[in-house]
Design a protein around this ligand. Structure first.
Ligand code: DX5
Ligand code: ZN
Length: 222
């Protein structure tokens, strides 16, 4: 199975956004992870629709939007119009996850559900058949540079098991505290989209950092 790196723009050098996006793209990274925070769902505020619209002009990468906002269904169309290819929302952030998935799909974007560390994985089981992606948080959402929560890895195994049993093909993305030292733990469990913020954009050479992850992926793609 193909494995993708999705570097998180939250850790980019915002004085060099265009340049650093090109660097990871030229290193062979197909995805860019866009963390949108509203200061309500999570205790932090990042960037939103106008920024995504702006960088869309500078990049052909697959825009993997991770919405950490309340009532995400209200903004689906606007994120799609801004250029999001994938719209991931938190199951904890809406009263109507099924309606939100349907809305995302109507726009032509791919649909993903994200789950916080304290939320049981069973909560998203009813929606799996309609999803393109499930995003497992391995930190409490809100900030980059936190420590990887190993106790979340069981959720990845469970999702991989369900995928097989139910004959589905959703991607399993993992986000939070991923480094070159622990990425094999989530790959072993069945993850195939890997978010890395500080472990890519926090490094001296972002291209080298991205390539180091992709070298490890090759062990699993054989
Ligand atoms: C946290 C965000 C993450 C964050 C990851 O709420 O969802 O995507 O940027 O950053 P690192 O890889 O540094 O933990
Ligand atoms: Zn994220």
């Amino acid at each position: 199975m193909a494995i993708y790196l999705s570097p998180s723009m939250l850790s980019i050098d915002f004085t060099k956004v265009g340049e650093q996006l090109k660097e990871v793209e030229q290193a062979g990274t197909p995805y860019i992870h866009l963390d949108v925070m509203d200061g309500v769902f999570v205790p932090n505020i990042s960037f939103g629709i106008p920024v995504i619209k702006g960088i869309r002009k500078a990049s052909d990468m697959f825009f993997d939007a991770h919405l950490m906002i309340v009532e995400p269904e209200r903004y689906v169309q606007q994120f799609r119009d801004a250029g999001a290819d994938m719209i991931n929302f938190h199951v904890e952030a809406t009263k109507d996850p099924a309606g939100c998935i349907a809305k995302i799909k109507e726009t032509g974007a791919k649909a993903g559900i994200t789950i916080k560390p304290k939320t049981p994985i069973e909560e998203i089981k009813p929606y799996l058949k309609d999803l393109d992606m499930v995003l497992v948080m391995t930190v409490e959402p809100g900030f980059g540079g936190q420590k990887f929560m190993e106790d979340q890895v069981d959720k990845i195994y469970q999702l991989a098991k369900w995928k097989k049993e139910l004959g589905l093909s959703y991607d399993i993305e993992v986000d939070g505290g991923i480094t070159l030292d622990n990425v094999r733990t989530v790959l072993d469990a069945g993850a195939n989209v890997i978010v890395a913020g500080s472990a890519v954009f926090g490094k001296e050479s972002v291209a080298e950092a991205a390539k180091a992850f992709m070298e490890i992926f090759k062990e699993y793609e054989a």
